[in-house]
Design a protein around this ligand. Structure first.
Ligand code: M6R
Length: 609
């Protein structure tokens, strides 16, 4: 999605803004620009394409302005172009705005503004903003921004500068994230924390409906009626280096390699030393509420949805409660039946995904207790849920989610085991066994990330294939979905995941000579059945890579290549099985020369519907 940055302080603004935009590049974008104020005018520099294009434009020029805003655009209204790139200005060129989100009523606003004589230069929804502010400006920028915001429908985060009041930056948040960075004698604005980390770790996370006014010597946060809000300073614990590549070619590869640590961090302090229980002191849901549960919904998007699918199997198996998993964009519109005794688990790495947030709000509106599993402290999801379980994965920069997924799975195990313990559906022996295995997952994950030679060879083989199939049963099917999404999104090869038993009901017709099939076989109770499905595709000429649990030797007889997953409890296998699939997607994308960290058309955090 779009990225916003802002700066006000003693330093030269342009380089700080561009550096901030570089840190937001991972969000995905198609144009970039900055606006700086000074000497009674505003200077706008913007360019279609990668940030490189803007930097080339700026190259060799000197700028002295100390106040500015910047933007990376991910096109929604109007194609990527120089005119549609932000910042946008009013008719006089004295007001500049950058915006993230969608102004749903922009057409009617535009018509009205045109009838008042305003002239538009772009096809964007954003351009109504500077014109509205111009329309309402009577010597008080803040007041004009407030009046303009009150006319808007939709989700937005905006930053405004004006040469009328050059030492001021006004920011508004409504359903789209914004963070103020508190430096020493300087202030920053960003739509995401990595853009601030080089300068400060002290932040104000703005809530919906809040307005921040940044001036050289102070920051004020207020509501729409200009009532002062006393914000709590949130100290970000991430190190700036965590948001850098650290010697890896891509963020995605770095993040795959960070999984052992991310798992350790997510489990840390949450499993009793003697493996007798899960410690989830952070959740407020009471044992009484847990015992009264009748149903669980899990809702999320993309990779987080796939983590929810694993969660369903695990909770149903351990807690014996019915679980429905929903794609968040479906959940919110299908009038889900939420009765007393319903728990809703929301999963979101960013905690800002628009559909997921809307699903959370719908669940709360209907009275469910909501537990959020998220990676971003202070995110919207974390603030609105009744309970939060943080995945301690650290910043995930690559668009393709890897360590967020494995730590989401880790969190689902913790939740399932906690519920099962309270409801008495798990025997102490089984609980101890699973917890002890969980503590060994980091070391086993390490073995998998360190041994990728065979995966790389298979990637070379499939990199010119047109289509791939991923098959598995039960938990393996859930992981197959994630494996196929990873491949699609970064290598642009068509890939589908199928429940192995479903193949012969149609899809088997697509299997012909040399079609690559990735077969997952880690579940002992389904072993024979899966092996016979692998046999079915093998017999039709497919080139089969099997990922099997150590010891499942028979799989070798029906596949062309077998990679073994270190032995673990079958319920925990997904955390390990997905790692070779992530590596397969990564190496295939590299072999095809794709932009691994910034796949086409995609954004890291989908803050629009
Ligand atoms: O931030 P979220 O977890 O809510 O994001 C949900 C999806 O957009 C996300 O998981 C997406 O599918 C991944 N980037 C795919 O790798």
């Amino acid at each position: 999605m779009c990225g916003i940055v802002g700066y006000i302080g003693p330093k030269e603004a342009v380089s700080i803004l561009v550096e901030g935009l570089e840190k937001l590049e991972y969000r995905g974008y198609d144009s970039a620009g900055v606006a700086i104020t000074g000497n009674g005018s505003i200077e706008i520099l913007k360019k279609e394409g990668k940030l490189r294009a803007l930097k080339d434009e700026l190259n060799g020029q000197t700028y002295s302005a100390n106040v500015g805003i910047g933007h990376t655009r991910w096109a929604t209204h109007g194609r990527p172009s120089d005119e549609n790139a932000h910042p946008h200005t009013d008719c006089t060129g004295k007001i500049a705005v950058v915006h993230n989100g969608i102004i749903e009523n922009y057409l009617s606003l535009r018509e009205w503004l045109q009838s008042q004589g305003h002239v538009f230069n772009s096809q964007t929804d954003t351009e109504v903003l500077p014109h509205l502010i111009e329309e309402f400006y009577e010597g008080d920028l803040l007041e004009a921004v407030l009046k303009a915001s009150s006319k808007l429908e939709g989700s937005f985060a905006l930053a405004v500068v004006s040469s009328h009041e050059p030492n001021k930056l006004v920011a508004v948040r409504q359903d789209s994230p914004l963070v103020v960075g508190l430096g020493e004698g300087e202030y920053f604005l960003a739509s995401d924390i990595p853009a601030l980390l080089r300068h400060t770790r002290f932040t104000y996370i703005l809530n919906d409906g809040e307005i921040a006014v940044l001036e050289p010597d102070r920051v004020r946060v207020m509501d729409r009626q200009r009532n002062k809000i006393n914000k709590k300073v949130l100290e970000v614990k991430w190190e700036a280096e965590q948001a850098e590549k650290g010697g890896y070619d891509h963020f995605m590869l770095k993040e795959i390699h960070e999984q052992p640590k991310a798992l350790r961090d997510t489990f840390s302090g949450r499993i009793a030393a003697d493996n007798s229980r899960v410690i989830l002191d952070e959740v407020k849901i009471t044992p009484e509420q847990i015992r009264g549960l009748k149903k669980v919904f899990i809702t999320a998007c993309g990779t987080a949805y796939h983590a929810g699918f694993v969660g369903k199997y695990v909770i149903e198996r351990l807690v014996r409660l019915p679980v429905e998993v929903d794609i968040a964009s479906e959940f919110r519109y299908r009038q889900p039946i939420i009765e007393p005794g319903t728990l809703v688990i929301i999963i979101s790495q960013s905690g800002e995904t628009a559909d997921t947030l809307a699903a959370l709000r719908e669940a709360k509106r209907q009275g469910a207790h909501v537990i959020a599993v998220t990676n971003v402290v202070g995110s919207s999801v974390s603030r609105e849920a009744d309970d939060v379980i943080y995945t301690w994965a650290g910043p995930e920069i690559a668009v393709a989610s890897t360590k967020a997924y494995t730590t989401q799975l880790a969190s689902m195990y913790l939740i399932a085991l906690h519920l099962a313990t309270v409801r008495g559906t798990i025997a102490p022996g089984e609980l101890g066994g699973i917890l002890s295995e969980m503590k060994q997952l980091d070391a086993k994950a390490q073995l998998l990330v360190d041994n990728s030679v065979e995966i790389r060879d298979f990637a070379e083989e499939i990199c010119s294939s047109r289509s791939l199939f991923y098959i598995g049963r039960g938990l393996d099917y859930a992981v197959a979905m994630e494996g196929s999404l990873k491949l699609k999104e970064i290598s642009y090869i068509h890939a589908e995941a199928y429940a192995a038993g479903e193949l012969k009901h149609g899809t088997l017709a697509l299997i012909e000579d040399a079609v690559p099939v990735v077969a997952l076989c880690t579940q002992k109770d389904l072993y024979d059945k899966t092996a016979s499905n692998i046999q079915e595709v093998n017999a039709r000429g497919a080139s089969v890579l099997a990922l099997a649990m150590e010891g499942f030797k028979e799989v070798e007889k029906v596949s062309d290549k077998t990679i073994y997953i270190p032995e673990t409890h079958p319920l925990l296998a997904p955390i390990l099985t997905v790692i070779p699939l992530q590596l397969l997607a990564y190496h295939t994308a590299v072999a095809r020369g794709c932009d691994v960290d910034k796949p086409r058309n995609l954004a890291k955090s989908v803050t629009v519907e």
